[in-house]
Design a binder for this molecule. Sequence first.
Ligand code: SF4
Length: 225
Amino acid sequence: MNNEVVFVLEPDAGRVTVEISQASGQAANDLAQDLGRRVDLNCAKPASDTRYLPVLQPHPATEDESKTDPFSIWLYRLYHNSVVDGPGRRSVIQTAGCSIRCRQCFVPQTHDRKNGALVPLSSILKEIISYGADHDGVTILGGEPFDQPEPVAELVSRLKDRGIHITVYSGYTIEQLIERRASSVHYILTHIDLLIDGPFIGSMRDGAGEYRGSRNQRIVGLTNQ
Ligand code: SF4
């Protein structure tokens, strides 16, 4: 097995992020011990001081919140300052619930939507906007975002109203998504900037390339601005 370790250096901010998902368990543990506490993210495990990865754990909507916003999504968590989930430094909205169930998935805890909470979009937008100056864009991943396409389409619409760059991960291929012929799916695909598509395949993990968990996954540039 390759021991591929990626160091992301940000001299202007004085930060180093280490991406160790392709390293052996022993190498990863040694690095984590040398550099500090490990924080597990999606298909990557950057070693970082938790100050740089603040996480919003979802809370169920209050009655007032549900009344004021008709759109909610099943959210597993929301975190900031990721440099492994798309270009630049990003805030990440991790949805809860995935019907695909790839073998060896890195985040099985996101498969059951009940491990997250139904959160109004207004709460999510408030959190994203509070970090607006500190990120280059927003990534929506899962779980599987296209398992709840209607509220995700509304989320994309509200983010795009604010001119935010959007990357979406899906375990479905773009061809499978287009084949659904659903208006919400079409809306998402015609308004986001990047789609990283396809299931995670453990045997294709080595050499997956930037932002991806396995070699079959593609970075699809969608020219929606
Ligand atoms: S689509 Fe993503 S979250 Fe779902 S099983 Fe595959 S890797 Fe895991």
